[in-house]
Design a protein around this ligand. Structure first.
Ligand code: SF4
Ligand code: SF4
Length: 90
């Protein structure tokens, strides 16, 4: 079954840390920090652009990550971040 991104969610552009530098974020992105490329409607301004980080390209929407709603996605991704990066999470 295919699972599509819930447009306007944006949880995976806020909750996870991105450890590699990318355009306009020379130190990467801290966990819980809003990506500068996320617009006011929570859409990625770099979607389809070669400067979009590999982390984002590789992250595929799936129920186990995105949950049933935006709040659930944020909770799941925050908890995954804590589990994988316990010292980086504020
Ligand atoms: S967490 Fe899932 S639904 Fe939310 S923006 Fe990311 S891919 Fe889309
Ligand atoms: S580059 Fe786009 S997909 Fe990646 S975190 Fe930023 S807004 Fe989200």
């Amino acid at each position: 079954m295919t699972f599509s991104c819930r447009v306007g969610c944006g949880a995976c552009c806020i909750a996870p840390s991105i450890t590699t530098p990318f355009r306009d974020m020379p130190h990467g992105k801290r966990a819980g920090e809003r990506c500068v490329h996320l617009d006011a409607t929570n859409r990625c301004l770099l979607f389809g652009h070669p400067d979009r980080p590999r982390f984002c390209v590789d992250l595929k929407p799936q129920l186990s990550m995105c949950g049933e709603n935006d709040a659930e996605a944020m909770a799941i991704l925050t908890s995954l971040e804590r589990a994988t990066n316990p010292h980086e999470t504020p």
